[in-house]
Design a protein around this ligand. Structure first.
Ligand code: PRP
Ligand code: ZN
Length: 286
C-alpha cells in the first residue's frame, strides 16, 4: 500500500484560514468546513484531520498524525517531543501579561504575591521563575481575559494578536513573554516513504514562501546607467537585459526581495530607471 501523509490542522481558529490557504497555494486540494473532521486530498497523497490546536502536538507525538500546523505557543507549552520542521510566517502573535487599564504598572515585581490567570501555565511559570517573581498561577482553558473583572485574578497571561480582546476587556499589555508564529511540526521518526512526501510538501511550501517574499520587476533604463542598475538587481542569477526599440535604452527584468524593496527602488530610480513595473510572483523554484 502506498503512503498517505496525515496532516492535522486547526479546526476553527486563528490558524485555520491561513493553513487552508497555504495548501491551496501548494496546489493541494481538499474539502473543509461544515463540521468535517477528516478530508482526503484529491490530488496529493494526504489526509487532513481537523482538530483543536491544543491537541495537535499530542496527536503528532502519538502518530495519529504525521504532520501538524500549530502556533509555537501551543507547541512549546505542551512540551511534546515533536520536531519543528518549518516556520510558516503566518498567525504571528505574542504571549503577554496584561493588567486592568487603571493599574499603575511599575514592573514585573508588581505581580509578587498576586494571582495570574492563564492557559499557558508552563510558559508563564518559566518566565516568572526567571524573573524571580512568586505569583499564583490559575490555569483556565478559555476566556482568560474576563478573570480580572470577575475577581479571579489581578492579571492575565494570554495570546495577543490585534490587541482588540484586551482592549474590549479593559486590560493593558505590560510584558511580552513569548513571540509566536505558525509552524509545521512532525513526528520524529517518519518512514522513508512518508519522509519523501514531507520533502515534496516542503519543497512546495518553500516555493510559495519565496514567491511571497519576492517581486518581479521590469523597468526601462538608459544604457549608460545599466551597470549601476543591474548591480542593484542581482535577481535569481542575473537580470535579463534586452534592447528597447528606442536607441540608447534597454529593458531590465529581475527579481527583488521584499525586504530590500523600498530602499533599492529609490536607488534604481535615482540611477535613471523609468517605467518601473512591480509584479507579484506566484511560485518561485530555485
Ligand atoms: C487568543 C486569545 C484571545 C485572542 C486575542 O485566542 O485567547 O482570545 O486570541 O486576539 P486579539 O488580540 O486579536 O484580540 P486563540 O486564537 O489562541 O484561541 P484558542 O485559545 O481558542 O486557541
Ligand atoms: Zn487553542
Amino acid at each position: 500500500m502506498s503512503s498517505v501523509l496525515r496532516i492535522a490542522l486547526q479546526k476553527n481558529g486563528r490558524l485555520s484560514e491561513d493553513s487552508y490557504q497555504l495548501f491551496k497555494e501548494c496546489g493541494i486540494r481538499f474539502d473543509y468546513g461544515t463540521g468535517k473532521l477528516k478530508s482526503v486530498s484529491s490530488n496529493f497523497p494526504a489526509e487532513f484531520l481537523f482538530l483543536r490546536d491544543d491537541d495537535i502536538p499530542g496527536y503528532v507525538e502519538d502518530g495519529v498524525a504525521d504532520l501538524g500546523i500549530v502556533g509555537e505557543n501551543v507547541a512549546v507549552e505542551t512540551g511534546r517531543p515533536v520536531t519543528t520542521i518549518h516556520k510558516l510566517g503566518f498567525s504571528k502573535c505574542r504571549l503577554s501579561i496584561a493588567v486592568p487599564r487603571g493599574v499603575d504598572w511599575t514592573g514585573i515585581q508588581h505581580l509578587d504575591g498576586k494571582n495570574i490567570a492563564t492557559s499557558y501555565p508552563n510558559l508563564l511559570g518559566k518566565y516568572l521563575a526567571e524573573q524571580g517573581v512568586r505569583a499564583e498561577i490559575h490555569e483556565i482553558s478559555g476566556s482568560v481575559e474576563i478573570a480580572p473583572s470577575i475577581g479571579l485574578a489581578e492579571a492575565v497571561c494570554d495570546i495577543v494578536s490585534s490587541g482588540s480582546t484586551l482592549l474590549s476587556n479593559g486590560l493593558k499589555e505590560v510584558e511580552t513573554i513569548f513571540r509566536s508564529e505558525a509552524i509545521l511540526i512532525a513526528r520524529p521518526q517518519l518512514d522513508a516513504d512518508k519522509q519523501s512526501l514531507v520533502d515534496k510538501l516542503l519543497f512546495r511550501i518553500k516555493s510559495v514562501q519565496a514567491a511571497k517574499n519576492n517581486k518581479y520587476i521590469v523597468l526601462n533604463a538608459p544604457n549608460h546607467a545599466l551597470d549601476e542598475i543591474t548591480a542593484l538587481l542581482p535577481g535569481m542569477k542575473s537580470p535579463t537585459v534586452t534592447p528597447l526599440a528606442t536607441e540608447g535604452w534597454s529593458s531590465v527584468h529581475s527579481v527583488l526581495n521584499e525586504n530590500e524593496f523600498w530602499e533599492n527602488i529609490e536607488a534604481i530610480r535615482a540611477a535613471g530607471a523609468e517605467g518601473i513595473l512591480v509584479i507579484p510572483i506566484e511560485k518561485m523554484i530555485y
